[in-house]
Ligand binder design. Structure first.
Ligand code: PMP
Length: 434
């Protein structure tokens, strides 16, 4: 049993000593002290189904025994030296990643977070092309560092004194809230073609890159039509830009059909950024690109003290092995498919559910007060999230208005867990009515 400080003591310590910028999720903050596969426990021993996976980070399960064993062994042998000396793990992990990549993408730069990986990607694209302008999608999230906060397109995440230099935003393929009021497919992908206007009106005509999440994470599982990324990639390439896929949330089998979420759109990016699920909870990020593009990182000396450290590399490698060996992607496809089907069933019963979207185990449920006006049901979403916790299920929420429930559990989720989740959501939505 847990014998550390009480929740109240921890709250008092946090309030006094931790930056107020470090936020908690629930009105009555939850303390998690243990985790095993898809479950976590609070200090009192109550169990929760973790359907948010530490914000989509715990890809194969909390404290997965095969991963823990390898990391513990590495921790006892060598924790850190930095990459100025050789160590087998960075080389082995990079080789393993290259084996999972589309052809041509084989060189990896390791970081400690997704934001840093995106920084390296943007820097590389700018150095490689000699252009500065970067295009991102509305409603995206790419990080909290200066450049990536600029890329991020939600006012909530943007500090007003942080300048977003040379960043332009084009439409996401957000059909449920089409900015033109059109419908797919008669719209002819007008949202995707908007990138051409953005380039022509707002840049010299040459851009460094486009960066996009194939399915938006923080944005609330926004999933564009199947031609969307091909149209955008073609236009960006015609204007000298590279195309970067941010796979921080969607990668490593989470979308089920494919290992990488961009593969669902049939495109091949020039670089891929990764974090979160790559290491099942290790502070680990990466940018993989072609040998040619990777050369630019030698233009000056660039160094990251912890990037590529033996412990993160060991955890990343062990995570990828588990994904391969234990049918994780297939489970995301099958259980995710079942979960989505059941959520679509709930939509028939609850008028509050405007749209169910996403793929595999990367799902979103957008709540609206009125299906015609699509008025965002943000307070309702917050209340559902609170009630789900009371019933032992942790989920997330996102989207510009915070009205989309986000369901992204560890990919070892079972059918029973999925059913429990949907039954619980059903009860919580019912309670909103009373
Ligand atoms: N890209 C995406 C798609 C993300 O969801 C996030 C984190 N939510 C990031 C980048 C930034 O990652 P980190 O918090 O590790 O810097």
């Amino acid at each position: 049993p847990y014998d550390g400080p009480s929740r109240e003591e921890v709250i008092a310590l946090r309030t006094q000593y931790v930056s107020p910028g470090v936020i908690t999720y629930y009105k009555d903050p939850l303390m998690i002290v243990e985790g095993k596969m898809q479950y976590v426990w609070d200090e009192k021993g109550s169990r929760y189904l973790d359907a948010f996976a530490g914000i989509v980070t715990v890809s194969v399960g909390h404290c997965h025994p095969q991963i823990i064993e390898k990391v513990q062994a590495q921790t006892g042998k060598l924790q850190h030296t930095t990459t100025i000396y050789l160590h087998p793990t960075i080389a082995q992990f990079a080789e393993k990643l290259a084996a999972k990549m589309p052809e041509g993408l084989s060189r990896t730069y390791f970081t400690n977070s997704g934001s840093e990986a995106n920084e390296i990607a943007i820097l590389s694209a700018r150095e490689h092309t000699g252009n500065t302008d970067v295009i991102a999608l509305r409603n995206c999230y790419h990080g909290g560092t200066a450049t990536t906060m600029g890329l991020t397109a939600h006012g909530t995440w943007k500090f007003k004194t942080n300048p977003a230099l040379n960043v332009l935003h084009t439409h996401a393929g957000y059909c449920y809230r089409c900015p033109y009021g059109l419908s797919y497919p008669s719209c002819d992908l007008r949202c995707a073609h908007d990138v051409k206007d953005v380039i022509q009106y707002q840049t010299s005509g040459e851009v460094a890159c486009f960066i996009g999440e194939p399915i938006q994470g923080v944005g609330g599982a926004v999933t564009p039509p199947k031609e969307f990324f091909q149209v955008v990639y073609d236009i960006v390439r015609q204007h000298g830009g590279l195309c970067i896929a941010d796979e921080v949330q969607g990668g490593f089998g989470r979308t089920g059909e494919h290992y990488w979420s961009h593969q669902n759109w049939g495109v091949v990016p020039d670089g891929i950024t990764m974090a979160k699920g790559i290491g099942n909870g290790a502070p680990l990020g990466a940018f993989t690109t072609t040998p040619d593009i990777s050369q630019v990182m030698k233009n000056r000396i660039h160094f990251n003290t912890y990037g590529g450290n033996p412990i993160s590399m060991t955890q990343g490698l062990a995570t990828l092995e588990v994904i391969d060996e234990q049918g994780i992607q297939e489970n995301a496809r099958v259980i995710g498919g079942h979960l989505k089907e059941r959520l679509l069933g709930l939509q028939e019963k609850h008028a509050l559910i405007g749209e169910v979207r996403g793929m595999g185990l990367m799902l979103g449920v957008e709540l609206v007060r009125n299906r015609q006006t699509k008025e965002p049901a943000n307070t309702e979403a917050a209340s559902v999230m609170e009630r789900m916790k009371e019933h032992g299920v942790l989920i997330g929420k996102g989207g510009l208005h915070g009205n989309t429930l986000r369901i992204k559990p560890p990919m070892c989720l079972t059918k029973d867990d999925a059913d429990y989740l949907v039954d619980t959501l059903d009860i919580c939505l019912d309670k909103l009515k009373s």
